[in-house]
Write a protein that binds this ligand. Structure first.
Ligand code: GLU
Length: 276
């Protein structure tokens, strides 16, 4: 029996892409008598709003989805993420990074052929080589760092890892694809990557369904699961809903929000037909 989850961020209106993601998670749970969970990924406190959470639940109920309450809301579990980060700190697998976005842009502008990942240039590793003394001085001086995974070192510690996707087959984990990702942002001591692996384990998720755009992240998640001794789920990365120009649906497509479609007279069955 699978435990699946749909994990939207309440930072805008749900659109057809979300309906597809929820549908895939729901169907996977239904197919073997499992459980579909809703999780609210609200760590980006500048963009997430309670009214979007209210609206997304209304939209999902309208489409016929049900889920156990209470739902897990990430901002209510910051202690769990901090504890996971602490374990990585103790083992020297993360390091504080003092770079700002502007500093990184300047640094990367001067580099020819900087290595790129799926989301742009990889972090060049500037703060990885700071000495222990320098780190301490800057922390003592009150500089607020983000914390990055020392991915090369961590991958060596963990040894070779594999993971399996229902739609794409077996993979050897290649966390270096994303480089030294941020595990804890300045200001909020966690990140998408860290929260997701902690939550999936805490909620007993056995099958992670999500869009193919997040496939590269799974290499990092698999590594974090190994480092934190968490159970390893299965994965099913699914196709994305695209607009007429082949672009992934996003917040800019408000005309395709479930709310706008409902107001324009579409029914839940009509929405299901649109995502087939
Ligand atoms: N909050 C993420 C999103 O909206 C979910 C990613 C995941 O399922 O791991 O894309």
């Amino acid at each position: 029996m699978s435990v699946t989850r749909f994990a939207p961020s309440p930072s805008g209106l749900l659109h057809l892409g979300h309906a597809l993601a929820a549908h895939v998670a729901w169907e996977a749970a239904q197919s073997d008598g499992g459980t579909f969970l809703l999780r609210i990924e609200d760590i980006d406190v500048t963009r997430c709003k309670p009214e979007y959470e209210t609206m997304l639940k209304e939209d999902l109920r309208w489409l016929g989805f049900t889920w156990p309450e209470p739902v897990r809301r990430q901002t209510e579990h910051l202690g769990a993420y901090a504890a996971a980060l602490e374990r990585l700190k103790e083992r020297g697998l993360v390091y504080p990074c003092f770079c700002t976005r502007a500093m990184l842009q300047r640094e990367l502008a001067g580099v020819l052929n900087a290595p790129h990942g799926p989301e742009g240039p990889l972090y060049p590793g500037t703060c990885r080589s700071l000495s222990a003394g320098e780190r301490e001085d800057r922390l003592d001086a009150g500089e607020a760092p983000s914390w990055r995974l020392d991915t090369g070192h961590a991958a060596k510690e963990a040894g070779p890892l594999t993971w399996r996707d229902r739609n794409h087959g077996s993979f050897t984990a290649a966390p270096e694809l994303l480089g030294d990702v941020i595990l804890a942002r300045k200001g909020i001591a966690t990140s998408y990557h860290l929260s997701v692996v902690v939550d999936d384990a805490a909620q007993g998720v056995t099958l992670v369904t999500r869009g193919e755009d997040l496939l590269p992240c799974t290499h990092i998640h698999r590594l974090l699961q190994a480092l934190l001794c968490l159970p390893v789920p299965g994965w099913a990365h699914h196709r994305l809903m695209l607009d007429d120009e082949g672009r992934r649906l996003a917040k800019r497509h408000d005309a395709l929000s479930l709310r706008a479609l409902r107001e324009a007279g579409r029914t839940p069955g009509g929405i299901r037909a649109m995502i087939q």
